[in-house]
Design a protein around this ligand. Structure first.
Ligand SMILES: *Cc1c(COP(=O)(O)O)cnc(C)c1O
Length: 414
């Protein structure tokens, strides 16, 4: 957290709006939360269905341990997740945050490899520009530069890195060469390929062709390597399909979800896997069981809210709103290409990105967006938004206007 950045006081959050009350002497002001509070509040804040679910559950059983006990909200959520994901994904583990889900997923992959007689497969292959969380195994597959791996040499497990995936629009030839190189990095030590499918989030907001993920599936199959898809940011419609791997027409062996799982209400994550992986873990060589038990795993309150949120996703309004928002982001950000020092403008689903040719001044760009009624959180070279799906066309226009204004403010600061 950069010390120079000031924190602004928010008092209320409802729908797409944050009520800011920074200056006690002045009236509160409203900002559109164009970040969906870091991908999470996909239905906007305080959606009545989620609030009602939370009230019902809090009066009954906010929490109970999840060892030796189970409860209806978790049972219902597990079956909903199995229902909305591809058929081979039948087993669900509930964790308490995205990073922990990634830890669990990696543990699953390693135990699976042991279970099928390959204990030597214990390293992970990933591509650069990724972000998978802030615990140490998750950090080990984050982009080495963005994740400050040099600070942790000797502490972090040294994984195998392919270059960042070629961006969407790259020629088929170049993509093939890229994949050949990636495949050549696989040796007997590789247990899993870990990726964010289609959109890499906090590691650079980069978009690649879903076809790359299709080909990664083939590569994994050829080498007996697990495909581990981190859909913590991309899940629940954000990139235009329910899950980003579905755009590639593939099912990962292990998949992590989080962030929008509770519609931005509270922390909860899940790891889904196949019968095959679960069976290998349950075998004596696989360890017999997955030993992982965060105290608050499967928290009933979080599961109850997640059921309401996934229910809204199943109702399917996002199927029309995400493509609409995609079109409106493209139209609204078209002019930003001409702002000086803008290097790239890209949109995928309900995600819009302006990349500058230099690191932005966070305070100046944040303030420029606020002056246009929008809450953004630029970082590095990126000014980006992933608005709630309930945003109206007018609100999306306000967001793209604010992003463009932030880019102008950033352009003037070099
Ligand atoms: C945010 C994120 C995580 C980490 O989730 P936390 O809940 O912040 O621990 C992991 N992977 C991806 C792709 C993310 O976007």
């Amino acid at each position: 957290m950069p010390a120079a950045m000031r924190h602004r006081l928010v008092d209320d959050a409802e729908g797409v709006y944050l009520t800011m009350h920074d200056d006690p002497a002045a009236e509160p002001t409203q900002l559109i939360d164009a970040m969906s509070s870091w991908w999470a509040a996909c239905h906007g804040h305080r959606h009545p269905a989620l609030v009602a679910a939370a009230h019902r559950q809090i009066d009954r059983m906010p929490h109970v341990m999840f060892g030796g006990l189970t409860h209806r909200p978790a049972i219902e959520l597990a079956s909903r997740l199995v229902e909305i994901t591809d058929d081979p994904l039948t087993k669900v583990f509930f964790a308490d945050s995205g990073s922990v889900a990634v830890e669990v997923a990696i543990k699953m992959a390693l135990q699976y490899q042991r279970g099928i007689g390959h204990p030597e497969r214990r390293r992970l292959l990933t591509w650069r520009s990724g972000y998978h969380g802030d615990t140490f195994q998750a950090m080990s597959v984050c982009d080495p530069q963005g994740g400050m791996h040099s600070l942790w040499t000797g502490v972090l497990t040294e994984q195998v890195f392919a270059p960042a995936p070629p961006v969407i629009g790259t020629s088929a030839d170049e993509c093939s060469r890229y994949l050949e190189h990636l495949e050549s990095l696989i040796d007997e030590s590789i247990a899993a390929i870990v990726i964010e499918p289609v959109v890499q989030g906090a590691g650079g907001m980069r978009v690649h062709d879903p076809h790359l993920v299709t080909r990664l599936r083939e590569i994994c199959d050829r080498h007996g390597v697990v495909l581990l898809a981190d859909e913590i940011a991309t899940g629940f419609g954000r990139t235009g399909t329910l899950f980003a791997t579905q755009a590639a027409g593939v099912t990962p062996d292990i998949m992590c979800v989080g962030k929008a799982l509770t519609g931005g209400f509270m922390t909860l994550s899940a790891v889904l896997t196949t019968d095959e992986v679960a069976a290998a873990i349950s075998s004596p060589d696989g360890g017999g069981a997955l030993m992982h038990g965060p105290t608050f795993m499967g928290n009933p309150l979080a599961c109850a809210v997640a059921n309401a949120s996934v229910g809204l996703i199943q109702d399917g309004d996002w199927r029309t709103s995400v493509p609409r928002i995609e079109t409106e982001l493209m139209t609204g950000l078209a002019g930003a290409k001409d702002v000086s020092h803008v290097a790239d403008v890209r949109v995928r689903g309900a995600i819009g990105v302006i990349e500058m040719d230099h690191d932005v001044d966070m305070e100046a760009t944040t303030q420029a967006a606020i002056d246009h009624g929008v809450w953004l959180r630029p970082f590095g070279r990126l000014i980006y938004a992933m608005p709630p799906y309930i945003c109206t066309s007018e609100q999306i226009a306000t967001i793209t206007g604010a992003m463009t204004a932030a880019a102008r403010a950033a352009g003037g600061h070099d």
